[in-house]
Design a protein around this ligand. Structure first.
Ligand code: SAM
Length: 230
């Protein structure tokens, strides 16, 4: 008789505060044969806190085809795996989608890919930003160069809230771009969510730029930016 194929659990992990993980996620991380980690060192911090000793191997954007094939082989052998990223939900601006599409094309509708929901910076920011987000458009990370200014023009004319991820290196530039194309929009910056320096700042782009330029600490960390329609 053929082996039953294994399951890939797509497990959301905390985006800062290590308590933000579900009981189900902890059980799955304990029970699987192997955890596929974007960065094993980051995941070990979480696993150590919960005394989880499961074997970890790395799987990230630059993983080779050979690595993906080895993972498919493990699944064919009936091994259960968990996929985690450094923070939040895998595949949301994070690695994983290629592996999942490979599993689905290899095993078709027999593929067992199970989401274990939990934190994501996107939903965490939206939940407390005070903007009506019955519908919204998520842009992920904006491109660094080509197409960036075009996207800001789309943000300017959008009738729906536009949400994007931004790094500390480009947050001031993003505000400067918005001062040019949509100076009157209400922008919310959600910074360091669930962490010690968590803060939400809302204002027109020039007001936010002034606040951030006035305190370099406010330029640090991780950001979700929400631009409300006029
Ligand atoms: N998969 C993750 C998720 O579900 O949110 C997102 C990963 S993406 C590589 C990392 C980006 O998400 C950061 O640059 C930042 O824009 C946003 N982010 C992640 N953690 C955050 C936090 N604690 N506070 C604010 N933004 C965060």
């Amino acid at each position: 008789m053929e082996n039953e194929i294994g399951t890939l659990y797509v497990v959301a992990t905390p985006i800062g505060n290590l308590e933000d993980i579900t009981l189900r996620a902890l059980r799955i991380l304990k029970e699987v044969d192997i955890i596929l980690c974007e960065d094993t060192r980051t995941t070990h911090t979480l696993l150590n806190k919960y005394e989880i000793k499961t074997k970890c191997i790395s799987y990230h954007t630059h993983s080779t085809e050979g690595k993906a094939n080895a993972i498919l082989e493990l699944i064919r052998d009936g091994k259960n795996l968990a996929l985690v990223s450094d923070a939040g939900t895998p595949c949301i601006s994070d690695p994983g989608v290629l592996l999942i599409s490979q599993i689905k094309s290899e095993f078709g509708n027999e593929a067992k890919v199970v989401p274990i929901p939990g934190a994501s910076a996107l939903i965490t920011a939206l939940s407390a930003c005070g903007v009506s987000v019955a519908d919204f458009i998520f842009l992920g990370f904006l491109p660094h160069k080509k197409g960036r200014e075009t996207l800001f023009k789309e943000i300017a004319i959008s009738e729906r809230p536009m949400v994007f991820y931004e790094s500390s290196h480009r947050i001031l530039k993003a505000l400067e771009s918005m001062i040019k194309v949509c100076p009157d929009k209400k922008v919310t910056i959600a910074r360091e969510l669930t962490k010690f320096y968590e803060e939400f700042l809302t204002g027109k782009p020039d007001e936010l730029l002034r606040i951030l330029e006035g305190d370099t600490n406010k330029q640090k960390g991780e950001f979700v930016v929400i631009v409300a329609p006029l």
